[in-house]
Design a protein around this ligand. Structure first.
Ligand code: DQA
Length: 145
C-alpha cells in the first residue's frame, strides 16, 4: 500500500507557526513516528506553498509515475479558495481524505467553507496533528473493503 500525504501552504512551518493552534511538533518528526507505526505502508510526503504544484502532485499520484493508492490532504488555506484543487481530486481515480489540524468550524467564518469536502472520501478535523494518523487508519480500512 502506498499513501501520499500532501500538506499545503504554511504547513512547512508546523512546530513554529501559531503553536497554540497547530502544536509544537514539526511534521517531519511526526511523519517519522507515523512511518514507524506503519512499516508495511509506503508513506510519501509532499509539501508545497504553491497551488499548481499541489495539483501536479495529485495528478502524479492518480495517473503519473508516482501512482498511489490514496491521498491524505491538508490543503491549508487553499481548502477555502481552490476550485482547481477540488477539480484535481475529482479527476483522479483514487480516494482523498481531507485533514485539518484545527477545528476550522470554531474559527473565523472564512474557514467554515471547504472546496475539498464535497470531493473528499472522508474528513478528519480538529484532532491536532494526530489527525493524519486517524486519516491513514480510515483510508487503509476504506481501501481494504
Ligand atoms: C488548516 C486550517 C486552515 O484554515 C488554515 O489555513 C491552515 C491549516 C488546519 O490544518 O487546521 O493552514 O488546514
Amino acid at each position: 500500500m502506498r499513501i501520499l500525504i500532501i500538506n499545503g501552504p504554511n504547513l512547512n512551518l508546523l512546530g513554529r507557526r501559531e503553536p497554540g493552534i497547530y502544536g509544537t511538533q514539526t511534521f517531519e518528526a511526526y511523519l517519522g513516528t507515523l512511518r514507524q507505526k506503519y512499516p508495511d505502508v509506503v508513506i510519501d510526503y509532499f509539501q508545497s506553498n504553491h497551488e499548481g504544484d499541489i495539483i501536479d502532485r495529485i495528478h502524479e499520484a492518480g495517473f503519473g509515475a508516482d501512482i498511489c493508492d490514496g491521498i491524505i490532504l491538508n490543503a491549508g488555506a487553499y481548502t477555502h479558495t481552490s476550485i482547481a484543487i477540488h477539480d484535481a481530486i475529482k479527476a483522479v481515480p483514487i480516494p482523498t481524505i481531507e485533514v485539518h489540524i484545527s477545528n476550522v468550524h470554531t474559527r473565523e467564518e472564512f474557514r467554515h467553507h471547504s472546496f475539498i469536502s464535497p470531493v473528499a472520501h472522508g474528513i478528519v478535523i480538529g484532532f491536532g496533528i494526530d489527525g493524519y494518523r486517524l486519516a491513514l487508519e480510515g483510508l487503509l480500512k476504506m481501501l481494504a473493503r
